[in-house]
Design a protein around this ligand. Structure first.
Ligand code: FNR
Length: 351
């Protein structure tokens, strides 16, 4: 019933996946205090190497991108070395792994990067703060971000490209740029968070500029065949919907169509969600606007994901929470074995 999930899929001339099941990026906050991946993380990923492709938990490109405790980085030699242990372990088991490159923008908190004073600048497209506090750290309320200057934008782009090069040095098969879920790149793509008056704001072309510059800097460094991008046109997380966002994503997806990326990936928790400004599901909208490989995700079972692929709604299926609960997810689905149900208590431990 799910046989189409177990057919190989050629992303491009460089990369062919052994099946169509991806492990979705899942932040676990288990790196050490220098944001270096641990041996435990290597074991965790190696146990899931049967996935056609693992996308790592989001990895911060530089210190001021950090918004949660113990999220791993890719900007120091020790972090690169730590990731090398992870990628070797996955490759030894016959798997493939991309690094998800992350800057949280206005979701960052100087508690994590401001040194002893715990103070520092949080960068975003504009000076629009999100409400609330860092999850499980209630004393850390979000601060009003500083709109990135042109010089700061150029530095961010350079730092994304360097992190991508570091990912290749660390043995990753490629990178997925985290352009989704209300983080830095997404903050430029929505009217709610982008109030800029310069060439990075006000029009779809301008609001897409930062995302496209990051994509172009990374692809010229490591190749488009090893570069993917996650986007959430629905603005469902840390972001307010504005119907005009649709025009931004229409423009952006059109521009991306000619860039020969490895794939685009929908950023969403439940793909049944309907968005009025997109005319329905985020995945269906992206499928319509973008003619190449699309990864669907969001509360799918192997069965419903397989049906979606059969109906040509997307090409590859990413699985998140069930992969936390079942390290042997691929084998279990293939053999028809019963799955362990995910629960949030599983996040306390890396198994
Ligand atoms: C996530 N998700 C996520 N997305 C992302 O782009 N980068 C990340 O680091 C994370 N981290 C993360 C942690 C945890 C604990 C959860 C539950 C989710 C979203 C994830 O990739 C996926 O889109 C959703 O989990 C929906 O897929 P499932 O779980 O329904 O298969």
């Amino acid at each position: 019933m799910t046989a189409n999930l177990f057919t190989p899929y050629q992303l491009n001339e460089t990369l062919t996946l052994q099946n169509r099941i991806l492990m979705a990026p899942l932040t676990r906050c288990m790196a050490d205090n220098d944001l270096v991946p641990t041996q435990q993380m290597a074991d965790y990923y190696a146990r899931r190497a049967q996935a056609g492709l693992i996308i790592s938990e989001a990895v911060i490109i530089r210190p001021d991108g950090q918004g949660y405790p113990n999220t791993p980085g890719l900007f120091t030699p020790e972090q690169i070395k730590g990731w090398r242990v992870v990628t070797d372990a996955v490759h030894q088991q016959g798997g493939k792994i991309f690094a998800q490159l992350w800057h949280t923008g206005r979701v960052a908190h100087p508690h994590f990067f401001g040194g002893d004073s715990g103070e520092g600048d949080v960068l975003s497209a504009s000076d629009v703060a999100i409400e609330g506090s860092v999850p499980r750290m209630r004393e850390l309320t979000y601060q009003t971000p500083t709109p990135a200057s042109i010089a700061q934008i150029n530095q961010l782009i350079a730092d994304y490209a360097q992190a991508a090069a570091n990912a290749i040095d660390a043995g990753f098969d490629g990178v997925e740029i985290h352009g989704a879920n209300g983080y830095l790149i997404d903050q430029f793509l929505h009217y709610d968070s982008n109030r800029r008056q310069d060439e990075y704001g006000q029009t779809p072309e301008n609001m897409s500029r930062f995302a496209l510059e990051v994509v172009d800097a990374i692809t010229s460094r490591i190749g488009a065949d090893r570069t993917a991008l996650r986007l959430s046109p629905g603005a469902y997380f840390n972001m307010q919907v504005d119907a005009r966002d649709r025009d931004v994503f229409d423009y952006l997806l059109d521009q991306l169509a000619s860039r020969k990326l490895a794939f685009l990936h929908v950023g969403i928790f439940d793909d049944a969600m309907q968005f009025e400004h997109l005319g329905g599901r985020a995945s269906d909208y992206m499928r319509k606007q973008y003619p190449h490989t699309l990864v669907g995700v969001g509360s799918f079972s192997a069965q419903t994901g397989s049906e979606a692929i059969a109906n040509n709604r997307f090409d590859l299926l990413a699985i998140g929470r069930p992969f936390i609960a079942n390290p042997d997810y691929v084998e279990k689905v293939q053999s028809g074995a019963e799955l362990v149900e995910y629960s949030e208590t599983m996040l306390a431990e890396l198994v």
